[in-house]
Design a protein around this ligand. Structure first.
Ligand code: NI
Length: 174
């Protein structure tokens, strides 16, 4: 496995639409493992392939608390099949926007269909932090960051600070 550098916003590579994988073969499974290792090292609870410069519809998630056993989920071509009408606000962060957080409103429950690391069709129903994380990571596959869900004022403030931090070299930008 390998730890991959994580791209920090603002960066045009984070604004692109990713392509589905034709199938989860050994190369995609290895990408999933590398992404998980990179996510744990960061540390974070979710990572999408475009954040490591790979424009494929692949995400990894582990919302287990530090004291719990790891619960990694590897998803290719994830699709929302149902969302609750009930909405919930959550204070979100992102490994591509380090040290910045904002309240984002999303459906509180979702069902997601995907291919697992063995190319098997799976479906997961989620609420709470897993529902937030699934929606946040799936957004990345369409070039959407959590700051795209908040006011332009807040978004521009965060992006301006990140741009400045990159220029000063105080962030480990790629
Ligand atoms: Ni993110």
């Amino acid at each position: 496995m390998a730890i991959l550098p994580i791209i920090v916003a603002p960066d045009p590579r984070l604004k692109l639409t990713c392509a589905p994988v034709p199938k989860v073969d050994a190369a995609v499974a290895r990408l999933m493992d590398d992404m998980l290792e990179s996510m744990y090292a960061a540390p974070g609870i979710g990572l999408a392939a475009p954040q490591v410069g790979v424009l494929k519809r692949v995400i990894v998630i582990d919302t287990a608390k530090p004291a719990e056993e790891p619960r990694p989920i590897r998803l290719a071509n994830p699709e929302l099949v149902a969302t609750s009408e009930e909405l919930k606000s959550w204070d979100e962060g992102c490994l591509s926007l380090p040290e910045h957080y904002a309240e984002v409103v999303r459906p509180s429950r979702v069902a997601v269909r995907y291919l697992d690391e063995h190319n098997r069709k799976q479906e997961v129903e989620a609420d709470s932090v897993l529902a937030v994380c699934l929606q946040h990571e799936m957004d990345h596959l369409d070039g959407i960051l959590f700051v795209d869900h908040v006011s332009a004022l807040k978004r521009n403030m965060i992006l301006r600070k990140l741009r400045k931090a990159k220029k000063l070299g105080t962030l480990a930008a790629e």
